[in-house]
Design a protein around this ligand. Structure first.
Ligand SMILES: [Fe+2]
Ligand SMILES: [Fe+2]
Length: 277
């Protein structure tokens, strides 16, 4: 890669790469340069409003994306792995976007260390899924994919606290809720390799949610806001749709989000959930 002059310039290069293989390569290479200290300045390069995407897969409304049923043979598993690869590709961009978009916020180096690690791991996750797809004689790009994943980034582009409230603390936390069920189903149909990949992703995603919560708390303290109240207000303002139980309480609390944080919010929206067993 041409030597980036700053971390934000390197982040913009990741966001501007359309080819997923190149995006993964830049993400991992930038993380290595940052870890080694060869790259150390943050700079103030501006990220594009939307990251570059490859021509394939075609993007379409979620309702038009074929449903993935793990028990429908290889085809069903390919559809699931493809959908997850698409989410990881977006996650790579979300990590580098948070790095480049908020450089004016006077954040400590540890903030960048955390999100660089997330960007590195998201690239690894995409890579693992893409390799598994090729073992199943498929590839990322073969199937249509969801076009709404950048919406949360646009909705929160003006406000770091809102970004943290929604992307890691709602969307990635939701991943913690649903992944164990997918792992169990993949194991039940005998696909131990895919299950092992999802286990790696799951374990590392706890760290991503934890990174989000850590910096959310840090900013709340700086802004003299009460974290639970601030999160509730931001989710109500910026997240369309409800938080969906059941929640993976052990994983969420391992990431530093206690149950009362999100149960109160769910109750605001679904008072009938009180009656649920
Ligand atoms: Fe991931
Ligand atoms: Fe993640």
């Amino acid at each position: 890669m041409t030597e980036p002059t700053s971390l934000s310039a390197a982040a913009v290069a990741v966001l501007s790469a359309a080819d997923p293989i190149e995006k993964v390569r830049l993400s991992r290479a930038t993380a290595a340069l940052w870890r080694s200290g060869e790259l150390s300045g943050i700079g103030n390069a501006l990220p594009p409003s939307r990251p570059q995407r490859p021509e394939r897969p075609p993007l379409m409304a979620p309702r038009d994306v074929p449903k993935r049923k793990i028990n429908q043979g290889t085809k069903g598993r390919v559809a699931l792995l493809h959908a997850l690869a698409h989410i990881e590709l977006n996650a790579i961009d979300l990590a580098w976007d948070i790095i480049a978009r908020f450089t004016g916020e006077d954040l400590p180096k540890a903030f960048y260390d955390g999100w660089v690690k997330v960007g590195d791991e998201e690239a690894k996750h995409f890579d693992l899924l893409a390799q598994r797809l090729s073992e199943l004689e498929a590839a990322y790009g073969d199937l249509p994919a969801h076009d709404g994943l950048w919406q949360a980034a646009e909705e929160t582009a003006h406000d770091l606290l809102a970004r943290l409230a929604i992307v890691p603390m709602v969307l990635e936390a939701r991943g913690l809720d649903v992944t164990p069920g997918m792992i169990a189903k993949l194991s039940a149909v005998g696909d131990a390799q895919s299950a092992a990949i999802l286990q790696i992703i799951y374990d590392e995603e706890i760290g991503h949610v934890a990174c989000g919560k850590h910096w959310f708390d840090y900013l709340c303290k700086r802004q003299q806001r009460v974290p639970q109240k601030a999160w509730r207000e931001l989710v109500q303002r910026h997240f369309r749709g409800a938080l969906k139980p059941p929640f993976n309480e052990p994983a969420r609390s391992a990431a530093g989000i206690p149950a009362d944080f999100y149960l109160a919010l769910e109750l605001d929206r679904n008072p009938e959930s009180l009656n649920r067993p």
